[in-house]
Design a protein. Structure first.
Length: 222
């Protein structure tokens, strides 16, 4: 009989503790922080000395000015105060670019009504990808220049920007589509010009993560 009473007492204590545990859980959950990294806070490794970096300092996207699909100058100054998602591609790409552009369409649709988010797709074949060609490509992917800009610039500056600005591999194919080399990564850049993430533009789950972490920058922790 005594054992039964002890058991009943323990059950009652557990029942009374449930609301307390729930409240403690919710409070703890509410204080959780999503840890979004800041890349290259202590500089960028530069073993081949092909780039000029300031040693042991935060890396920022450098200055550049290219031309978009409307023939307008667009560059680093247009990234200030906005979250920018960047990729490198070319319109005649026979392999990964079509997949990347379709995935970027999803990103474009997600943030179409969010003025603080923009997309820049930079051509690594600027001699072919004129503003007219880029305009056709933009229309094909339902892009408008106020949200998703397709850019082309001088060849040397383009490859310098890819390698030393966004820290991505890129190799000029000299006009032969199969010989161009570029990354499939989408790069998330914050309002200050710092890189906050790399995501495979050919992987749907990775692009979903990009969209989530873009929302974190918009509404959560910086």
């Amino acid at each position: 009989m005594r054992g039964l009473r002890i058991l009943q007492g323990l059950v009652l204590v557990c029942i009374l503790l449930i609301p307390v545990l729930i409240i403690m859980f919710l409070r703890g959950f509410g204080n959780n922080e999503y840890d979004l990294p800041i890349f290259y806070q202590n500089g960028v490794e530069n073993p081949f000395r092909e780039c000029t970096f300031e040693d042991s300092t935060q890396h920022y996207i450098p200055e550049f000015t290219f031309v978009n699909q409307d023939g307008e100058n667009v560059g680093r100054k247009d990234m200030e105060g906005k979250i920018t998602i960047v990729d490198f591609f070319f319109t005649s790409c026979p392999s990964i670019c079509p997949v990347m552009s379709k995935e970027m369409e999803r990103v474009n649709d997600m943030f179409r009504e969010e003025p603080r988010v923009q997309i820049m797709s930079i051509s690594i074949d600027p001699e072919y990808d004129t503003p007219e060609i880029l305009q056709e490509y933009a229309q094909k992917h339902n892009a408008t220049s106020d949200k998703w800009q397709f850019l082309s610039g001088p060849v040397d500056e383009t490859y310098q920007l890819a390698r030393c600005g966004f820290i991505l591999p890129a190799l000029d194919g000299m006009g032969v589509p199969d010989d161009f080399v570029h990354s499939d990564k989408f790069v998330l850049v914050d309002e200050l010009g710092r890189i906050r993430g790399y995501y495979s533009g050919t992987n749907r789950e990775d692009v979903d993560l990009l969209m989530l972490e873009t929302k974190v920058l918009l509404h959560g922790n910086k």
